[in-house]
Ligand binder design. Structure first.
Ligand code: ADE
Length: 379
């Protein structure tokens, strides 16, 4: 029996779960129809989405905002319009198209996924979650996103935006990265995704998280779910979701060395595994443990490259944040005065001739610093 107090305030009682789920779906889809952004991977009204474009967009959108992705997506699709074009492309060309987006493993995985799609699925992106999950780099989120958005399969998704919306909607007050909380969130996402318009529903949740139910400063007054939101009812919107408990990043120091010889500079390719694998860089001393100064660097270059250098001059420094590390980069310029470069240690290139080489962001920044310095030196 409901208590008298509860009976006197029926509107504050949580509605029956199924009725609530229906309400959430209806309101969200209606809101999405009115407010969705026109995005190049979304189908135009009355048209079917292109599964390849959906796959590419979902790879790019992992940990990256829509606004950042847009120019990359257009360039990528212009250069590689079909899954076969991507499968046949050279890895360096794929990395070049990804240059600046970060998390380059996504590009390598997407490339490998395209090859697997051509080899195993006749060039058609598979429509089943279990098949999608077998593709390189495709986890539960991407499999659900592609199955629902490209093929209208009622598969759930959970990313940062969805987790935030669900944590607020259902007032989940534990850190959203805790395994049991993730399990609960996946279950809620699964219960909510409708069999009609599941792709639109999933995109609507993400869109709500991106535009209305934002991390800081959510606009609850414009939210279609305001009347069914437990966090809003409890006045806890600003304290939910509880952020993930992250270890503090480790601070490290790297030295980038621009080495000039006859007007050209030395570039080397990183190893095939680890951070920024197979991308290009100027020789970089990572966590130099001896003397992290100009003299320490010349010794390092001689041992590593077999080049004798003038004492390097400091061009500048900057900080680059990765998930687990805060990397302080110092950029140096030196001239090779003698020595025969160790075989296969790198390539000498003029700065005008490096556009075909993929660089990760810190190296791009260092090349920019070097170009600025040379321009001023000449001027
Ligand atoms: N983030 C990830 N996938 C997305 C999509 N399809 N639409 C909007 N934001 C997204």
């Amino acid at each position: 029996m409901p208590t008298t107090a509860a009976r006197s305030r029926p509107e504050t009682r949580p509605p029956d779960a199924r009725a609530r789920a229906r309400r959430v779906r209806q309101r969200l889809l209606k809101w999405y129809d009115e407010h969705q952004r026109r995005l190049p991977w979304r189908a135009r009204p009355g048209q079917a989405p292109d599964p390849y474009r959906v796959l590419v967009s979902e790879a790019m959108l992992q940990q990256t905002q829509v606004a950042t992705v847009l120019p990359y997506f257009d360039r990528f699709i212009d250069a590689l319009p079909t899954v076969r074009d991507l499968a046949d492309a050279d890895e360096q060309a794929v990395l070049r198209l990804w240059q600046g987006l970060g998390y380059y493993r996504r590009a390598r995985n997407l490339h490998a996924a395209a090859k697997a799609i051509v080899l195993t699925h006749g060039g058609q992106v598979p429509d089943r979650v279990d098949q999608l999950l077998k593709l390189p780099g495709v986890g539960r989120y991407t499999a659900g996103a592609v199955a629902s958005i490209a093929f209208d399969k009622p598969a759930p998704i959970l990313d940062g935006n969805v987790a935030r919306v669900l944590a607020r909607l259902f007032l989940i007050e534990q850190p959203v990265d805790a395994p049991d909380v993730r399990k609960t969130l996946w279950r809620l996402a699964e219960e909510l995704v409708p069999s009609a318009r599941p792709g639109d529903f999933n995109q609507a949740v993400m869109e709500l998280g991106a535009l209305v139910c934002t991390k800081a400063g959510p606009t609850c007054s414009a939210c279609p779910l305001a009347t069914v939101c437990d966090a809003l009812r409890a006045d806890r919107v600003s304290s939910v979701p509880v952020p993930a408990r992250r270890k503090a990043p480790v601070a490290v120091q790297h030295h980038i060395l621009a080495i000039e010889r006859n007007g050209r500079f030395l570039f080397e390719q990183r190893p095939a595994d680890g951070l920024w694998s197979n991308m290009w860089q100027m020789p970089t001393a990572e966590n130099l443990s001896l003397r992290a100064d100009a003299h320490g660097l010349t010794g390092w270059a001689t041992r590593r490259l077999n080049l004798v250098l003038n004492v390097p001059k400091r061009l500048g420094s900057f900080t680059h944040q990765t998930t687990h590390r805060t990397i302080r980069f110092r950029v140096w310029l030196s001239t090779a005065t003698s020595g025969r470069l160790r075989p296969r240690a790198g390539r000498w290139r003029g700065l005008g001739g490096v556009d075909d080489l993929p660089f990760a962001n810190p190296q791009l920044r260092a090349v920019g610093m070097l170009k600025d310095h040379l321009t001023h030196r000449r001027g």
